[in-house]
Design a protein around this ligand. Sequence first.
Ligand code: NAX
Length: 327
Amino acid sequence: MKSPIRVAVTGAAGQIGYSLLFRIASGAMFGPDQPVILQLLEAPIEKAMKALEGVSMELDDCAFPLLKGMVLTDDANVGFKDANWCLLVGAKPRGPGMERADLLKDNGKIFTTQGKIIDAVAADNARVAVVGNPANTNCMIAASHAKRLPADRFTAMVRLDQNRAQTQLAKKAGVDLTTVQNIFIYGNHSPTMFPSFAHATINGKPATSVITDSAWLQGPFCEIVGKRGAAIIAARGASSAASAANALVDHVRSLVTPGAIHSVAVKSNGNYGFDANIWAGMPVKTTTPGSYEVITSYTMDDFAKSKIAATNKELVDERSFVTELLG
Ligand code: NAX
């Protein structure tokens, strides 16, 4: 049996946390032979800590063989101590009438603190995955405060968007979704994201030769994927939680699986026309567990370039709202 890894999860008593923790403890994220210790971090709010206690009781009641311990805390220094993976889910939701800039600043403060503490107390091999919105910019803020951990350890999740795009292409083509490959998300986890259909394949053929309705690909397809989160809120009365938790399982599982090719928001080095130093979704290939290289070989047509320019602009604007929070 391998020795346990420490997995810190913030916002552990929230909606996503409630779907996520059981999947991690079951082995879905790190594999059936990898024991875990869950370090569950919540906001210092009595109600949240009480709810967290209830979740931990349920985790106990699952008798997961791989779950070797739990830490419940509202102290980030405890929550991130020696953590091998830090899953940053907790964030403040956008309140009624709240401007995006205010949300960026409020959540940016959380990620400033957490970035510093992770850098100070997490394990040397720590990896960080950000889900809390605005995920790309929060990830950039956290990474900017890390002096020990390199920037490529900090990733933000666009996997939910990739999964959504894969399913939409499969439905349109009337095929099993496993036949849809190489559909990647570029840019921000927001409605401006670009699901790059031109490089996708269906049963090994270009998706554009199977789905010949280019107006649908350029219009409704991009829109459905980009606005799926809002559509779920409208239908369910609450934001996507189980599918987001599932996407985080996929995000990390792919990052620990050498050879996996998937979409991750990573620090841009100017690839694909993204501004350097923002965090943007792009295709990566996992090299060794936890490490990856960006796939830079895809060429973009004019339509793709215009979509990437729009999502890049949004990320640059977000950055400009939070410059004073960057380390
Ligand atoms: P919830 O409001 O249900 O849970 C968030 C939890 O975070 C709460 O329990 C809260 O007490 C806790 N929290 C707040 N500040 C904290 C802090 N400083 N330290 C530790 N915990 C803290 O939200 P939920 O539905 O779970 O969503 C969590 C985040 O994921 C939100 O920001 C949401 O916008 C974002 N999402 C991101 C997605 C993505 O694809 N990147 C998709 C799903 C989701 O919308």
